[in-house]
Design a protein around this ligand. Structure first.
Ligand SMILES: Cc1ncc(C[n+]2csc(CCOP(=O)(O)OP(=O)(O)O)c2C)c(N)n1
Ligand SMILES: [Mg+2]
Length: 347
């Protein structure tokens, strides 16, 4: 497929937005956490998993999707959420634990849900895969042409839920695309220590569905491969497993000293930047440097505005802690003051 200038600009926009967004989150995250790393301190308490180096996988896939298509993502979700069109302000407020966040500040950065654009993510590895198959099944039952995409890491492919999902999607010819972001590491675990299957895309063979691997995190290569996979799902020709080699430019999470990681591996990840290679492709298409700069500065303005807005938002009220948490609240949970003994009782 040939790509238009507009498509190139859109891919670049998603990718630079995600990269700059995470650079800004890093700054905010580190506030108050130094000198000894205190994970609970600062405006973003808890873990923060960044996806710098993986933007091509998200943009290349999600740019083929509509709002009524469903995406499930793992614990490293920002690049995917941005590419799927999740509201940047409400997502940022959620990451900062504010009341106007997507889940009223109760989810945090690993649990972002935006039903307006069909996006959900989870900190539980491979958790999003069966629900994506469910969304594909729902689309089929409703006779709609929407599709579902499940993103997961190469470490998550060893979860049983993933293999069961491949099987069900294949046998029912469901409109689902499984996208494996292979960044070579599952925290500190290299993939060859947990599986003898070199490429996750080979797993497709065991379920008689197409498996395809894009060897580099090259946005255009991903865009083309995803066009075929998503077209196949949308035209009711069944699921595809698409694997993208990415490069983890950072630690597993913020504060990870990466003592387990060989220096050459870190250097290789830094040396290859899919954003810079897309910029090269754009120059080859005759797109001016000035245009690239404009896309970047508009993205930066949008991100800065979202972060400033989010930081101004109110914190949730303690008495609302149990709202939206239980369908049938257990005894002791009322609309009034939360009973803190429930969290750490002896029974
Ligand atoms: C079911 C489950 N098991 C273990 C964990 C702890 N855990 C968090 S991230 C992670 C590694 C995931 O690796 P991968 O799927 O390759 O994703 P990446 O972090 O590289 O993006 C693990 C084991 C978890 N969150 N959920
Ligand atoms: Mg990984």
């Amino acid at each position: 497929m040939g790509v238009s200038t507009k498509q190139l600009r859109e891919l670049y926009d998603d990718m630079v937005t995600a990269r700059y967004y995470e650079e800004r989150l890093q700054e905010e995250y580190l506030e108050g956490k130094q000198p000894a790393f205190d994970i609970s301190a600062g405006p973003i308490p808890g873990e923060l998993h960044l996806a710098a180096g993986q933007e091509a996988a998200a943009a290349g896939v999600c740019r083929h999707l509509r709002d009524d298509d469903v995406v499930t993502a793992p614990h490293r979700p920002h690049h995917i959420a941005i590419a799927k069109g999740v509201d940047l302000k409400r997502m940022t407020a959620e990451i900062f634990g504010r009341e106007t966040g997507l889940s009223k500040g109760k989810g945090g950065h690993m649990h972002l849900f935006d039903p307006d654009v069909g996006f959900a993510c989870s900190g539980i590895i491979a958790e999003g895969v069966p629900p994506a198959v469910g969304a594909g099944l729902a689309a089929e039952k409703r006779n709609e042409d929407s599709v579902a995409v499940a993103f997961l890491g190469e470490g998550a492919v060893n979860q049983g839920a993933f293999l069961e999902s491949l099987n069900l999607a294949a046998v029912r010819d469901l409109p689902v695309v499984f996208v494996v972001e292979d960044n070579d590491w599952a925290i500190s675990m290299p993939k060859d220590r947990v599986t003898d299957v070199e490429d996750a895309s080979q797993r497709a063979d065991g379920f008689d569905l197409p498996g395809r691997r894009v060897d580099h995190d090259d946005a255009l290569a991903v865009y083309e491969a995803a066009d075929e996979a998503i077209g196949r799902a949308r035209h009711r020709n069944g699921p595809t497993l698409l694997e993208v080699q990415t490069h983890r430019r950072m630690g597993h999470f913020m504060g990870d000293p990466e003592g387990y990681r060989p220096e050459e591996d870190q250097e290789a990840a830094q040396a290859r930047d899919s954003i810079e290679s897309l910029a090269e492709d754009m120059r080859d298409h005759g797109i001016e440097e000035e245009t690239l700069g404009e896309i970047r500065s508009e993205a930066e303005d949008r991100v800065d505005e979202a972060i400033e807005w989010a930081k101004d938002q109110p914190e949730p009220e303690p008495e609302d802690a149990y709202d939206d948490v239980f369908v049938n609240p257990p005894s002791g949970v009322t609309d009034s003051e939360p009973d803190h003994t429930l969290a750490g009782g002896d029974d």
